[in-house]
Design a protein around this ligand. Structure first.
Ligand code: FE2
Length: 375
């Protein structure tokens, strides 16, 4: 099915941070990303500084305030810590997409705006999602500059040695919301962006001994955009979603999942570059080997299982294929936003349901260390 909004795919994700230069350095050193563009006083922007980082089809922007009155950025960082302010969808026609979204209930933030310079023009609009996040509708078909008007080629070398993990593109972006808010946002995406509900995990589907959460995945009808939304569910202890809401001071983006074509070498490179991942207990791999041997030959994991174990990667076997995934520890100073690295094999479409137990127990171990597990 086609999406009536005219979505062509993910474009960039923009983070608001305390220091853009330091965070850009982290993305270059840890993720092996290339510094591709810069916006700041040298390009005529006085109140903020942004670095544009790329690798294959992955595009990140990190932005920090330059002045006390840059409150839109500094206020976000004071409230939420480092996090995703906005993520962009490339669409065929921004005016059409925005009009359709807003006439179906989307909250407008920026009306369609043409921005141009000597390299051409882009059109951008945005709608609000969650407490303080924006979803951008973007068309840059007529722009040939480094990123968008206001950006110039970086003025420092960015010559930083690191292993290149060959991260390819965004696979999905996940939001965390408060108790009883999930359905409201499910309807918001489904109505305003013509998405539909792909899968729902109700009470008891995702739980450990201590805590639980509810999750609904909405997606564009062509499955190009996948958007899971989580909310906490009652449990004996504090669930990871509850911890996020408390520490982020509201609802927002929990993780961005990045696709790779070779997760074993991606994880090797990222670990060499100093990226920390959640630790998975040995018992998980004993069970995985058993489960894998129980599947018909054509469904089994073709990767070397001892390498999967050594790399600490999670694997979920589905009826149509399997997926390999791993989650970083929190990106910034608060236990809020993190990244997922994912490889889908043979058409696997899920989100690692079979790994929820091991994963959430691992997260609970981290929560306990922070003193955020007990009520
Ligand atoms: Fe995910």
């Amino acid at each position: 099915m086609k999406n009536s909004i005219g979505i062509l795919g993910y474009d960039y994700v923009e983070f608001y941070v305390g220091s853009a230069k330091m965070t850009a350095y982290w993305f270059m050193r840890a993720f092996g990303m290339k510094l591709s563009g810069y916006s700041g006083p040298e390009s005529g922007t006085r109140d903020r500084v942004s670095y544009y980082l790329t690798q294959n089809n992955l595009k990140f922007v990190v932005t920090a305030p330059l002045k006390p009155e840059s409150y839109e950025i500094s206020g976000f960082v004071v409230q939420h810590g480092e996090g995703v302010k906005r993520w962009a969808l490339r669409v065929k026609d921004v005016d059409d997409a925005f009009l359709q979204a807003v006439s179906h209930g989307a909250i407008p933030v920026q009306t369609p705006t043409h921005i141009e310079d000597e390299s051409g023009y882009i059109t951008e609009a945005s709608i609000r999602i969650y407490d303080d996040t924006e979803l951008v509708l973007l068309n840059n078909d007529h722009y040939s500059g480094v990123f968008k008007p206001g950006y110039i080629a970086p003025h420092f070398s960015g010559n930083i040695q690191s292993d290149e993990p060959q991260l390819q593109k965004i696979d999905h972006i996940v939001g965390n919301v408060r108790t009883n808010e999930m359905n409201q946002w499910v309807n918001y995406f489904n109505n305003s962006l013509d998405f539909e509900t792909f899968i729902h995990f109700g009470p008891g589907d995702i739980s450990t001994k201590y805590s639980a959460l509810l999750s609904t995945v909405v997606h564009s009808k062509d499955n190009l955009i996948k958007n899971p939304i989580n909310e906490p569910y009652e449990g004996i202890k504090v669930s990871q979603i509850e911890e996020y809401i408390r520490e982020y001071k509201g609802s927002g983006i929990q993780h961005v999942a990045i696709a790779t074509d070779d997760i074993l070498s991606s994880i090797r490179a990222l670990r060499n570059n100093g990226v920390d991942f959640l630790e998975i207990p040995e018992s998980y791999y004993d069970q995985l080997e058993e489960r894998n041997a129980g599947y018909p030959k054509e469904n089994r994991i073709t990767e070397d299982l001892s390498q999967i174990r050594e790399s600490g990667i999670l694997c979920d076997i589905e009826s149509t294929g399997y997926l390999l995934q791993l989650f970083t520890k929190p990106f910034g100073d608060r236990p809020t936003f993190f990244f997922e690295i994912i490889q889908r094999k043979n058409g696997a479409e899920g989100f690692g349901q079979g790994n929820f137990q091991a994963l959430f127990e691992s997260i609970e171990g981290e929560q306990a260390k922070r003193g955020n597990l007990d009520r």
